[in-house]
Write a protein that binds this ligand. Sequence first.
Ligand SMILES: NC(=O)c1ccc[n+]([C@@H]2O[C@H](COP(=O)([O-])OP(=O)(O)OC[C@H]3O[C@@H](n4cnc5c(N)ncnc54)[C@H](O)[C@@H]3O)[C@@H](O)[C@H]2O)c1
Length: 388
Amino acid sequence: VTVSAAESFVPVPDERVGALGMTCVRVQGYGVSLVDGLLRPGDRQLLDAIGDRRALVVTTPTVARLYGAALRRVLAPAGTRVRVAVMHSGEPAKEIETVLDVCAAAQEAGIGRRDVLVAFGGGVCCDVVTLAAGLIRRGVAYLTVPTTLVGQVDAGIGLKGGVNFAGSKNYLGCFHAPEGSLVDLGLLRTLPEVELRCGLAEILKMALVRDPDLFALLGERGEELVRTRFAPDRADAEWVAARAIELMLAELEPNCYEDQTLCRLVDFGHTISPALEERSGHRIRHAQAVAIDMALSCEIATELGWLAPDACATVLHTFRRLGLPLFHPLLTADVVAAGLHGATAHRGGELNLVLPTSVGTARFLVRPEDLPASAVAAALRCLRRRAR
Ligand SMILES: NC(=O)c1ccc[n+]([C@@H]2O[C@H](COP(=O)([O-])OP(=O)(O)OC[C@H]3O[C@@H](n4cnc5c(N)ncnc54)[C@H](O)[C@@H]3O)[C@@H](O)[C@H]2O)c1
């Protein structure tokens, strides 16, 4: 299955360009391919994607321990032209120093303008390698092979790289599209259950704002998908992954560089979550914070009369059944305010809070002044009570 994301929106020539000026246009497309057996001995899919270029395949310690030998085996026919580097991992390592480590390894491996990096790891690895690829010689090609479910349906298939900086989530980053993404569900075989549930949270995010059927299916079969670790031979696993990827790319494509609008449905669950992640010192996983933010957003939508109380109850019940957190003691009024404030700064002075209006549809609350503090406080109280 290949789902394409083409950056196909060719801007019309900019009328502000005068006699001395120019229009800068870059059109690039990439495919996300659901593949199978990427690390099977003799498999050539990764080598074929690299072609005859030099490559630096960047992975992380856990992934290297689990898959390093198999990875080196499939890459062996390329000899020293393709090297493997292991970067630090985890959210605390998502910092500029790790990007610089990757750049140093690329320099050491002789990566030049026409060569390629490969991110072979979770969302953190993909974020770091994307930024490194954007920096090296002002932009070299890269491929992603996401090894977590979060990476496969979200972090590893978009075009954003980023690291945290001075306490701000993703403060440093870039837009730099990959050449392609290879998604092998077989790599999820070793993924801890909690990380699979994190992936489900990101899929539920898209389902809740765009696809009631996907939401219903996850409600029914999500637990089993976790238990069977998205076994690639299960038709429903492949369907869920493909649908989640398709929904994500469809949202990203018309606004790849976020220069068309800062109202983005994919920001559902991403308004208060950065503040919560930061406040926890990144002990709360990204997708868990997203789940809590989505739960609070549902409560806020209900307080405002945008979402029916029974729909809100259904959503939160599904989250709970799938082992996703609804609340955390660190979710105080103070953290919520910091999240709302941070999002408004990030979104050019608008809040653009994504609030569900039913299972499968959502609307934006655009202006921060349209969100009454009393509704937020009441939503927080309801959520705390419900999560007990
Ligand atoms: N750029 C984007 O558009 C975007 C979108 C969503 C999330 N993100 C970012 O992605 C990050 C979260 O990604 P994540 O959830 O993948 O976290 P992660 O990269 O930290 O991986 C989670 C854990 O899974 C382990 N792991 C990875 N693959 C494994 C495998 N196959 N088997 C066993 N263990 C494995 C890792 O070692 C790690 O401990 C956050 O920093 C978030 O901000 C970015």
